[in-house]
Design a protein around this ligand. Structure first.
Ligand code: PGA
Length: 265
């Protein structure tokens, strides 16, 4: 079991309009024991247009609020983009960067992801940086070098973000999400997920030092369910979960949050 405070984040993807967001967020807030926030950080990540409504419901921050994306640009002639200041203005604290759906479907490459990470962190948003290999990469035996490459690339010039003052671990979490496990119902074996997450921690240590690497939370994502979370959280280096499908049902998401609490509340 990890010694870091667990983080359970629900990525709602392109689901839930404002009315549905209000309902789901209300059920999550109502179902969460107020004491649970001492033991586990819970976060919801709705669509842009639902963020304001979600914020009104979660208000006191027992549940944290994240956005699914951010512009790589600060401001200007970039039609359709949303910047960090706009997200912070409506109460967003966290943002996902580098999700495999952004990488694969929207063709975001390592340079775009690095620019988004820098935009977010330098503007005071916290980041869940996602990484993970395709089935093809795994079958070719290249998982480790692929994942380490994604992390090295994203963190390349992170020292130049001066407002962080070297405190990367409270401003950032990493999510290891094997692409073949996302939305497929096929969860990665917990021991294998833990092995790759350890490798990610070693990669972070080489870049940011042992102390930051020990403190940074590294989550697992990919078909996490109420029935898988306890085994995942029993691993030494899995510090939480990035949950897609199962975060759209309040009862399942609440069970996952409860399953991640070190001592059940
Ligand atoms: P899933 O999605 O839990 O539906 O597999 C995870 C994710 O994409 O973050």
């Amino acid at each position: 079991m990890s010694k870091r405070k667990p983080l359970i984040a629900g990525n709602w993807k392109l689901n839930k309009n404002i009315v549905e967001t209000r309902a789901l967020a209300s059920e999550i807030v109502a179902g969460l024991d107020p004491d649970a926030s001492n033991l586990v950080d819970a976060m919801i990540i709705p669509t842009f247009t639902s963020l304001g409504s979600a914020q009104e419901i979660i208000g006191d921050k027992t549940v944290k609020l994240g956005a699914q994306d951010i512009s790589q640009y600060e401001s200007g002639a970039y039609t359709g983009e949303i910047n960090a200041e706009m997200l912070r203005e409506i109460g967003v604290e966290w943002v996902l960067v580098g999700h495999s759906e952004r990488r694969e479907i929207f063709k975001e490459d390592d340079l775009v992801i690095k620019a988004k990470l820098e935009q977010a962190l330098s503007s005071g948003l916290k980041v869940v940086l996602c990484c993970g290999e395709s089935l093809e990469t795994r079958e070719a035996g290249k998982t480790d070098e692929w994942v380490a490459g994604q992390i090295n690339s994203a963190l390349e010039e992170i020292e130049s973000i001066s407002n962080l003052q070297g405190d990367y671990s409270s401003n950032m979490a990493i999510a290891y999400e094997p692409i073949w496990a996302i939305g497929t119902g096929k969860t990665c074996e917990s021991t294998e997920a833990n092995r790759v997450i350890k490798l990610i921690r070693e990669t972070v240590a080489k870049k940011l030092g042992d102390t930051q690497a020990e403190q940074i939370r590294i989550l697992y994502g990919g078909s996490v369910k109420p029935t898988t979370i306890e085994e995942q959280m029993a691993q030494s280096d899995i510090d939480g979960a990035l949950v897609g499908g199962a975060s759209l049902k309040s009862q399942d998401f609440l069970k996952i949050i409860l399953g991640a609490c070190p001592a059940k509340v």
